[in-house]
Design a protein around this ligand. Sequence first.
Ligand code: 5AD
Ligand code: SF4
Length: 443
Amino acid sequence: MEKKKLHIKTYGCQMNVYDSSRMEDIVLPLGYEITENDAEADLLILNTCHIREKASEKVFSELGRIKKKKLDKGGDMIIAVAGCVAQAQGEEIMKRSPWVNMVFGPQSYHKLPEMIAKTMRKVDGKGVLNTDFPEEIKFDHMPKPRVEGKAAFLAVQEGCDKFCTYCVVPYTRGAEYSRSTQAIMDEAQHLVDNGVMEITLLGQNVNNWHGVGKHGREENLGELIHKLAEIKDLKRIRYVTSYPSEMTQDLIDAHGNIEKLMPYLHLPIQSGSNKILKAMNRNHTVEEYLNIFESLRNVRHDIALSGDFIVGFPGESEQDFQDTLGVVKKVGYASAYSFTYSPRPGTPASVLPKQVNDQIKAERLSILQQAISESQQTFNDNLVGKTLSVLMESTGRRDGQLVGRSPYMQAVHCLMDESYMNQLVNLKIISASKFSLEGELVI
Ligand code: 5AD
Ligand code: SF4
């Protein structure tokens, strides 16, 4: 029988990328194959992001475009909206876009087979809405992941109990949940048995992962990484995203004594002002954040540090913003992400007084991004002349070019034979821009 066609369009974070690939694992055995062309899809899933207004708006404009494709196909297309916008605005999507067949949140996609069956049977002609947080855990109901390539994501923790006052994640992803050590080790072994060399552990608060080890003893992420490092053919381990007050000494030490743990840490601070951090309900100070970096550099001097920043949070003064710039100067980031504050419906910060106007937000963002760029350029310049181990993962823009990631997370381009694809190679860095490095093969 001819296979049906599945197309998933993914927005947002790495957790969404992981979820999309897990949805493929669930749907493909039902007689589907993946298509890159959304116009020919029998099942089209939008996996959405709600973190900022811009991300969220994309969904409604995309739905308009998709409606046309569905009509062009004689209506023969199941359309699903998944992810965080689905979780936050499920009913509104159903109302505004009645051609959508299924809407379900990040904790319900293991139910795709039954949702698809229900839609096909057109039980009551209505769409399927699945935005409750189910009792059962989706991870217990999913097949083993398909493996493509040499670098894979592995979700170890999900959800967030931190309730930063600007953020929708605790409402869209739900409460913090850690997968068991055994489930993680099994999944990691399966990935490595199928050729994976690099695993990135994922979680909204990945460094607050907790598991139960032998004799019922609680284990932390540092201990989990030690266990993973014992998997013989696993070459590289990363983890993202971390929260400052959960950086345990075990995890800091792991950076000093586990060679497979890559010298990179993404640790958002959001603001360089303690007043703003307090208003954000971040339970750490600027000084505590900087101390973590100092401890890390003591055990791993070359570690690449990364962060997230929000400018224009309500009440942010010029001095608060200058303090944020001060953090960028002090840390010497290898990379950092920065955003203007976007008021999100239902979050406490959205109704705070002293909202900062859009023009000031834009100006501050541009100044901050300039400072981050300079920091990135300095970090990358310091790598010129060094030899780095790089996992070649894709073809580059230029003919004969392959691209991989350095231990520090930058993209490294190299003119080299295609047979090096999917290999870990040593590249001598010959030039650096603020976003990427260029290397030459060392034989
Ligand atoms: N406005 C702007 N940026 C936000 N982030 C989260 N919520 C908001 C918001 N309402 C940013 C934070 C977070 C990153 C994933 O997105 O910096 O670390
Ligand atoms: Fe959002 Fe804060 Fe949780 Fe990160 S720690 S997901 S910013 S609430």
